[in-house]
Design a protein around this ligand. Structure first.
Ligand SMILES: Cc1cc2nc3c(=O)[nH]c(=O)nc-3n(C[C@H](O)[C@H](O)[C@H](O)COP(=O)(O)OP(=O)(O)OC[C@H]3O[C@@H](n4cnc5c(N)ncnc54)[C@H](O)[C@@H]3O)c2cc1C
Length: 406
């Protein structure tokens, strides 16, 4: 407010960046994405654990957190998932105030489209599941859908029968989430060290005692592994394997145009989702590349599928130029649910497996990971997401249930 009145000339750095880590911390958080920063913030805020260092190989928010299409929602099928993602949405609703940092939450509603009678039945099943789980949802027939999004072409190559809307869902500014958590965490004494890749671990008697980085060895009490698509790589350094496949997801933005789309559209049958940013650009995404990769760019065939779906449902977009595209490396798990829990190595906690949908979970992911580190046991919400579900078979299969890729 003061800065707005004074012409924005007095801003200083938002967070303090340490050039070199200290020799020892109680907790080393690896990965300065949203989940790592949220974990560090909640360790300090909820548990008073402040001798914490976030170690990031590039710049904070430079991974998937700064590359996503900013949708936040809690339209999942299983109660375990809803408990997790709706906790995150509720935390997002008050996060700008909590962090005193405008993360630009806009609960403009997410509309999922249906292209057949069978698809409508799936949507009805969804809406019922969400309502039973205490999450808002409304089924839309074709007329209601047209009223909801007038720019939609309901009679295109794949005609639209209707869909459903979650009105509390919407978007939030991704960079601001990283920056807001970074500022609040460092204000409580957390250190952030950027350009500092982790290169290995010192493990004694089955327990991690130090982290080796580009900037030297850091002794630690505990380690949190929050590195998304690089989780398998870091796990290998610690001597264990994870049921994770790293795959590229790409997105793109168009040139800016006047506001004409005030909902987020998700269209799984055509493999397209789209929203309009505050600057007027269309933010467009789709499915994963169809093979494992660490290449952060995305391939042309998927791009073509996404754009074909876009111009079919929104013909008004067909003359727009795409300004840029990019990719992020997603940590895919075969039941499309995240992993939060102790690692097979003592003193190490996992926060990964968010795949193509972990931005929406950042406030809860960090909250629950911090709880696990501080108490040595799960919060009830994170318990079902433990790594042990791959041994017990109690998978939470959102790919089969809600058709969600991640
Ligand atoms: C194109 C795209 C669109 C998406 N759209 C959405 C969406 O609309 N909604 C949604 O909810 N989710 C979306 N997602 C998924 C979401 O972005 C991720 O699930 C989420 O950001 C993961 O956060 P994170 O903190 O776990 O990972 P990241 O933000 O990737 O952070 C991990 C960090 O670890 C660092 N790192 C890796 N290796 C090392 C090392 N050796 N040493 C130190 N640091 C290391 C990386 O540099 C990185 O900064 C999308 C993803 C992509 C790619």
């Amino acid at each position: 407010m003061d800065e707005a009145a004074a012409g924005h000339r007095g801003w200083g750095p938002h967070w303090t960046d340490r050039a070199e880590p200290l020799p020892r911390y109680d907790v080393v958080v690896i990965g300065g994405g949203g989940h790592g920063l949220s974990t560090a913030y909640h360790l300090a805020r909820n548990h008073g654990i402040r001798r914490v260092c976030v170690v990031e190989k590039g710049w904070i928010g430079g991974g998937n957190t700064g590359r996503n299409t900013i949708t936040i929602r809690s339209n999942y099928f299983y109660p375990e998932s809803v408990a997790l993602y709706d906790l995150a949405l509720r935390l997002y609703e008050r996060l700008s105030v909590e962090l005193n940092f405008n993360i630009m939450v806009s609960q403009r509603g997410v509309v999922r489209l249906a292209h057949s009678e069978a698809d409508m039945e799936l949507c009805a099943r969804f809406v019922n599941a969400m309502l039973l789980n205490g999450v808002d949802a409304e089924l839309l027939d074709e007329a209601a859908l047209r009223a909801e999004i007038p720019a939609l072409n309901t009679r295109g190559r794949y005609p639209l029968f209707g869909g459903y809307v979650q009105r509390r869902a919407g978007v939030a500014r991704h960079d601001a989430v990283a920056w807001g958590y970074a500022r609040a965490a460092t204000a409580m004494g957390v250190d952030i060290v950027q350009n500092c890749a982790v290169q290995g671990f010192e493990i004694e008697g089955g327990r991690v005692v130090a982290v080796n980085t580009e900037k030297g060895r850091i002794d630690c009490g505990q380690v949190a592994l929050c590195v998304a698509g690089h989780s398998g790589h870091l796990a290998a350094m610690a001597g264990f394997r994870l049921p994770i496949t790293s795959m590229c997801l790409q997105a793109m933005v168009s040139e800016p145009v006047k506001p004409f789309l005030d909902r987020v559209i998700m269209d799984p049958p055509t493999g397209t989702y789209v929203s309009q940013s505050d600057k007027g650009e269309l933010v467009v995404g789709g499915g994963l590349d169809l093979y494992p990769s660490y290449a952060q760019r995305g391939n042309w065939p998927v791009l073509e599928t996404v754009v074909a779906g876009l111009v079919d449902i929104l013909p008004a977009a067909s003359n727009l130029k795409m300004m840029r595209k990019w990719g992020g490396i997603c940590d895919m798990v075969h039941d499309s649910s995240p992993i939060i829990g102790p690692a097979p190595v003592g003193g190490m906690v996992l926060n990964c497996g968010w795949g193509t949908g972990g931005f929406k979970a950042i406030p809860a992911g960090g909250w629950l990971t911090a709880h696990l580190i501080a108490h040595g046991e799960h919060h009830p919400v994170s318990r079902p997401f433990d790594l042990d579900r791959f041994a017990t078979g109690r998978l939470i299969d959102e790919a089969a249930a809600s058709g969600i890729a991640h």
